[in-house]
Each structure stands twice: as structure tokens, then as C-alpha cells.
Write a protein that binds this ligand. Sequence first.
Ligand code: PLP
Length: 309
Amino acid sequence: MTSPAPVVLAFLDPAYPDGRVADASKPQLLVTDLGVTRGDGVFETMLAVGGTVRKMQAHLDRLAGSAAALDLEIPDQQAWRRVIAAAVARHRLENPPADPAADELVVKLVVTRGVEGAPTPTAWVQATPAGAAGRRQRETGIDVILLDRGYDSDVADRAPWLLLGAKTLSYAVNMAALRHAHKQGADDVIFFSSDGRVLEGPTSTVLLAHVEKSDDGTTVKRLITPQLDSGILAGTSQGALFAAAKAAGWELGYGPLEPRDLMDADAVWLISSVRLLAPVNRIDGKEIGTPALQKELTAELGELFAGIQ
Ligand code: PLP
């Protein structure tokens, strides 16, 4: 039997500036916590490599934005930074990484609206080793299916209470879509809207690339992602990679994209903070791009992305 992955859990608590460390194998939440009873809260999932959390500011800013969308008051960024640093350091001290190439921790930040009737949110940081699944998907690529998200690409503006741009704890729909894909033998999902726009994955941002030779013989490489106002989560990975790709001479584009744009692309990826850049091999069973070009572009963008702190 394999032993459970070691977890460091620390609650944000004004009485403990570096976090109130708690035993993750013991019950820690009240059953009346609104995060449990209503999925009422927000979260972030970050990756620490060699003890340093990548894109920390972008994650903290998105957490603040998600909380604002829910009218949820959460601890300030200094408090989060202190507890995150202490949790990561503690995890590495208690579980020295055996293999420097696999020195990756998933650091999750969670805030709920707190216990029913109580005025304060419940907030914690959780650090666990990154599993091998993400690394495998980066290397072998993934098969995805297209699934209907059931609403149009303008709904975010029209119905802000749907909280579409926020990273809320209500991820049961996203997880159901993933289970649906697994039952079909696929690894992941790309959602499209009822008006036929490509949106995002259940836990990732969609990217595609086109490579063209211009008239003067130079190669133009274009990286495209769905437009942010279509009710998708603004990916911190997409944002960081776009900045790095632009500096490296890539052209950038922001949707609108239709499923056939994915089929016609030279390469498609799902990107997120823990899995990083996973090349899409097939969509609904159809091969995407050419393997050689996909491999070359994945290596180039993977290197750019790895350089981001
Ligand atoms: N879109 C959704 C719905 C997500 O849940 C995630 C991450 O979990 C992403 C996109 C990618 O975000 P990031 O790159 O910040 O991890």
C-alpha cells in the first residue's frame, strides 16, 4: 500500500502570523461552514518549484478579484504571503525533496464565507507534492473532447451572478465534465458556448498556434487564446506565457475562436499552473496539426514558460 502524500495545512488566523498549522489527517472544518454546505468561497492553485511559488502576485490578484465578485472579504496579500512561505518551507523541511527534478509542490489557497452566522471567512493554505499525472500529460500530450457549456459567450456580462470569471469553490460541474470525458476514453475537455465559441477547459486555458511563411520568407508564429470576455477564467499561465512569447517575437491573438479553428491549428494546448503546457493530440478523435511541428512548438513554448517566475 502506498502511504498518503504528505500535506502541510495552515489556517490564516490573526493570532498566528505564519499560519495556524493543523493536522490535515484530522477533521478541521465545521459542517456548517458555507464552503462545505454551499460551495460559497474562492480558491487558487499554484505551483512551487524548488520552494518558490510561480506567478504568486498574479494568483493573489486573481484571488482578490474572485473574492470581490462574491462580495467576500478575505485576508490581505501580506498575510497570504507569510502563510504560503511558511507552509512551503515547512513542507520541504519535513519532506526533503529526493529528486531535484521533481521538486514541485501544489499550493492551494482556499477561502470560504465561513461558518453559518459567523462574520469571518475560513481561510487556509495547503501544500502537497505535485503528482506525476501533470508531468505525464506534458510529455505524452492529451486527447480531448468538445462539450457544450450550455450558455452563450455574452452571458458573463448579462448575468454577473453566475460568477463566470471567478475561481469559485463550485467546481462540481467542471469535475462532472472531466468524468464524462474519462468515460469516453478522453483525458480532458474543451468547452464551447451555445453560440459556437471555444471557451476553456474545466481546469485550464485553451491555446492554439499557427505558423506561416510570410512573402519575404520569414516565419510568423501566432499564439491565440479565446477572448477573456466570453465568460472564462483569466488564466495566470496564459497571461505569463503570452508576455514571454511576445518578447520572443510571437504574434498574439484573442479569439473569438470556433471549434474548426482548433481543428485547423498547427498545434493546440491546454495550459494551467500545475500541469503546465499539455499538447492536445486529438480533439473528438481527430488528429491536430502535425506531430513534428507540434513537438517543436511545444518545446519552444515550454522553455519560455519554464523561465517564468
Ligand atoms: N480555466 C479554469 C476554469 C481553471 O480552473 C484554470 C485553473 O485551474 C485555468 C483556466 C488556468 O488557470 P491558471 O493558468 O491560472 O492555473
